[in-house]
Design a protein around this ligand. Sequence first.
Ligand SMILES: [Zn+2]
Ligand SMILES: [Zn+2]
Length: 174
Amino acid sequence: MARLIFAAEDHVLESIGLPVLDPVALLPNGKSPVIKFADGEDPRAPILVPRPADTHLLLAPPDMEVLVGCPLIAGTSILEDHDQLRVGSRLFRYTTCDWIDPQRRERFDREALCPVDMLAISPGEEAVFCPRCGYGMHVGCITPDLEECLICGCPVAHSEERAMELTTTNGGLK
Ligand SMILES: [Zn+2]
Ligand SMILES: [Zn+2]
């Protein structure tokens, strides 16, 4: 499932996805089904609007910058897998796959704790990112023995065959 995620130290925030053409109210702490913010949480987050052909249109908060991906035009942009967005100090990652790709490496912009060896990943260091829970792991910690994310159980695809298999099991969604 495609999604935008933001990982904080102790929780993961998914971006809001709006149903196509449905009118919605964006109220912090409101009862609307599209609101996922807890009390006291900053409601400024990018919003994903599904479009045909498995792409998403992005609606951006005013202070958002695109770090990786298409620049914003009038506050909107089309997203592609691996795009990164920053809102204030929060980094959102857009992902379209539901499994860990050891080849998909990113430079982390802040210190994070690797759940495999419980050691720090330094800012600027390359790490592999779990697209489901948003946690990062050292490149060297993704050994062939590691079959899934230790935080959320997201499977690791060590080969292209396995990636194909996982894509098919997930209902053929990208
Ligand atoms: Zn995970
Ligand atoms: Zn590690």
